[in-house]
Each structure stands twice: as structure tokens, then as C-alpha cells.
Write a protein that binds this ligand. Structure first.
Ligand SMILES: Nc1ncnc2c1ncn2[C@@H]1O[C@H](COP(=O)(O)OP(=O)(O)OP(=O)(O)O)[C@@H](O)[C@H]1O
Length: 249
């Protein structure tokens, strides 16, 4: 399995070292993995995801993307990787209100100056897959939370990245919309073969992953691995494992 993102002895602090958030994390994500990151509120999960997504730089330690040391990359090279090789999904979809759903989905391709036909075909393919093609001409303000999040997922996939990073993508959704987004992520991982790294507070969502990394006091406390076996059975076992550990956090 190819390693896509790797960090070594990662540290990140704020306010000139007064707030130490990540205190020495080593971690890697390989092709096709589905990993969740959990931990207490304020424990550094979003900070960790931003560093993994090359949005934020570490204070100390190394971040490698496909074996390349991020310190050796120019800002423009990092921006290219972020746009073409990493899809990012936020808790609050972050669509542009002045653009239609179709334009929002196509945005990373527009920035990449791809031709109109290719963009349209890819947008339609994804929007149809995630059942929002009928909403393509609408504006984000006319969509439900779950529909917005599916549009954000389509936008994250438009450039066909190998890895999707998602920061509490179901955090603002009711349980029914949350389920639809969970299944969308499952498909992205299982059918499209993409690596997913997901921050969540929701043990149910985490139970769909194959690995859950628990952060505590700026370090990885433990990595829980879903047992091998038939999915519906192992998912319940994994859920119970996660719940038990969360109580101890
Ligand atoms: N830009 C910043 N400047 C200063 N402090 C920051 C900054 N970003 C985050 N922090 C602090 O870093 C700590 C970790 O924040 P982070 O958002 O990574 O945690 P989290 O685990 O994702 O939290 P939550 O589960 O509540 O979303 C918090 O104490 C936060 O206040």
C-alpha cells in the first residue's frame, strides 16, 4: 500500500509556544485507508487535519506528501497539491453563495483552467452519483444542510484526488442527512478506492472506518483497528470498542 501522507514527530503550537496543541505525533495514511480521528473537544483534531492537508505548517517535525518533504515545496507547489490531490470537506460545507451548485462543484477545475466540456461532464457524473444533479442550477441558500454537504463532497472529488480529508462533515446535520453523508463517504472509500481521513465526535461514523486514532493531550493515545470479518458484525464490535475508549478519554 502506497503511503500518501506521513508525519513524523509533528508539533504545532500557537501564540509563540504558549498554546501547545500537537506535541509529537507520528502517523501515516496509505492508499485506500479509511481513518477517523477522535478525541476531546479542543484536543487538536482540526489542527492535525489542517497540517495533514497542507493548509497549515507544523511548528516542528516533518510532513511528507507522497514521500516529498513539504518543507522542500514552494507555496505554489503546495497549492497545486491541495487543489489537485487533496479534497477537503468542512463541517459547514463552505459553498460560495453567489455561485450555483454546478459552479461551486466545478470551482477547483475552473481554477485549473480545464475545458468546459470536461468540467460539465465530471460535474454531472458526480452530482448524479450523489443524487443532487436536479439541484445543479440552484444556489446554496436554496439547499438543505445534507444537500449542501453532498455538493461540497462533489467539489472535493471533482479533480479526482486520491485522498479526502473531512472535518466533522456530519456535525451540523440531522441524523437522516448525516446517514446519507456517511454512506457517501463509504462509497468514496470502498467503490472509488480513495483514502479518507475524517475528524468526528460521532462513534457511529467512526465505526465505518477501519482505524480510529485517539488524540489526547497533543499525542496519539491509541489507534484502534476494526477487527477483520463480515462488515455488519465487525462494525458493531468496533463501535463498542470506540465507545469504551471514548469513556476513558
Ligand atoms: N489559530 C489559532 N490560534 C490560537 N489558538 C488556536 C488556533 N487554532 C486552534 N487553536 C487552539 O488549539 C486548540 C485545538 O484546537 P482544534 O480546533 O484543533 O481542536 P479540536 O480537537 O478540533 O476541537 P473541536 O473538537 O472542539 O472542534 C484549542 O485550544 C484552540 O483554541
Amino acid at each position: 500500500m502506497e503511503t500518501i501522507i506521513e508525519v513524523k514527530d509533528l508539533e504545532r503550537d500557537y501564540n509563540d509556544g504558549k498554546i501547545e496543541v500537537l506535541k509529537g505525533i507520528s502517523f501515516s495514511a496509505g492508499g485506500g485507508e479509511f481513518i477517523t480521528i477522535m478525541g476531546r473537544s479542543g484536543g487538536g483534531k482540526s489542527t492535525f487535519l489542517k497540517v495533514l492537508g497542507l493548509v497549515d505548517r507544523p511548528t516542528d517535525g516533518k510532513v511528507y506528501f507522497r514521500g516529498e518533504d513539504s518543507e522542500d515545496l514552494w507555496d505554489s507547489q503546495l497549492a497545486d497539491i491541495r487543489r489537485r490531490q487533496i479534497g477537503y470537506v468542512h463541517q459547514d460545507a463552505r459553498l460560495m453563495d453567489c455561485l450555483t451548485v454546478a459552479q461551486n462543484i466545478k470551482l477547483p477545475m475552473i481554477l485549473d483552467k480545464k475545458d468546459t466540456k470536461t468540467m460539465q461532464a465530471r460535474m454531472e457524473e458526480l452530482a448524479e452519483h450523489f443524487d443532487i444533479l436536479h439541484l445543479a442550477g440552484k444556489y446554496p441558500g436554496e439547499l438543505s444542510g445534507g444537500e449542501k454537504q453532498r455538493a461540497a463532497i462533489c467539489r472535493a472529488l471533482i479533480n479526482n484526488p486520491d485522498i479526502i480529508l473531512a472535518d466533522e462533515p456530519t456535525g451540523n446535520l440531522d441524523s437522516q442527512s448525516g446517514e446519507i453523508v456517511i454512506h457517501a463517504l463509504e462509497e468514496i472509500n470502498e467503490d472509488m478506492g480513495k483514502t479518507i481521513i475524517l475528524v468526528t465526535h460521532d462513534p457511529k461514523l467512526a465505526s465505518y472506518s477501519s482505524k480510529t486514532v485517539l488524540l489526547k493531550d497533543g499525542l496519539i493515545l491509541e489507534t484502534l483497528i476494526r477487527p477483520q470479518g463480515e462488515k455488519s458484525e465487525t462494525q458493531q464490535i468496533f463501535y463498542d470498542m470506540i465507545m469504551k475508549k471514548m469513556e476513558e478519554l
